[in-house]
Design a protein around this ligand. Sequence first.
Ligand code: FAD
Length: 299
Amino acid sequence: MNFLAAELRDILQGPVLVGEPLRRHTTWRIGGPADIFIAPRNETELLASLRLLARVDVPWLPLGTGSNLLIRDGGFRGAVIHTGALRDSEFLGEGRVRVGGGLPLMRLVRACARKGLAGLEDLAGIPATVGGAVAMNAGAGGQDIAGVLETVSLAGPDGIEICSAARLDLGYRRAALPHGRIVAAALLRFQPADPQWLEQRIQSRLQNRRKAQGVGKPNAGSVFKNPPGEQAWKLIDRAGLRGYAVGNAEVSEKHTNFIVNRGGARASDVLALIAEIQRIVREQTGILLEPEVQVVGDA
Ligand SMILES: Cc1cc2nc3c(=O)[nH]c(=O)nc-3n(C[C@H](O)[C@H](O)[C@H](O)COP(=O)(O)OP(=O)(O)OC[C@H]3O[C@@H](n4cnc5c(N)ncnc54)[C@H](O)[C@@H]3O)c2cc1C
């Protein structure tokens, strides 16, 4: 890996780290080390890295804010590619905006509100990057990324491919991104609205979030998807699991679809707690809760 790190340093101005603890890069504050951790400064650096990694047959994992990721305690064998520097954005007129995959979603939401562009204001407060939000088809209230996405620029070893939103088959918290491709940028289309109304809407969404989700400890938002016609938090609550813990991973007292890290929780604690919740809820209701969080890495 040191040889690969040296080659990456030749082509990247951004950081190239060996053995970087991934708990530093997830909202759960959990995750073992990455063999290699890089943060390309721009699309050119991203493409050069992907070409090199493909040539030496090293797998990679795109990482945004790490707000929907459970990285196992053994870490990631390969290269973690942090997208945070890919932030270019451009307002193109007629409601269209081109944004970098690493742009914080909240920055986009606020910038759109100032310009009187509606479509993502209900997502205010989701701690995502644009790329992570596309990969998960993030949503809240009645809105989601699918409602505004026109195309994505997908980076791979062979360059950039423009892919229509229709081809991503976006659904409830899922997108069919082609394997090994990274959302380098997205083209979004918004509807006109009053900037003042949008700002008020954002403030009220943020306030609601603080009330319902201010759990005070590291977490990754909702752990399970809502089954059709049901709400995961209610099923977990009715099963009597509020405050239930394995090691230092605990079902939040405040929001039962959140698992919080009480301090020093391991991925294995969270995985054991997820399995317990699934088992108990299934025994009581016959429903198998499907995790929304993405689990990656080695045990
Ligand atoms: C407090 C809190 C509240 C939340 N509320 C909501 C909510 O209301 N609605 C909601 O939908 N989600 C919510 N989430 C979950 C999370 O914020 C979203 O899933 C978000 O879209 C993840 O974005 P990210 O940049 O953190 O992605 P990461 O967690 O870094 O990555 C998630 C997945 O996307 C992939 N990925 C990341 N970037 C890219 C890229 N550029 N190209 C290709 N793949 C990529 C990763 O490999 C991984 O598989 C919440 C999370 C928290 C902590």
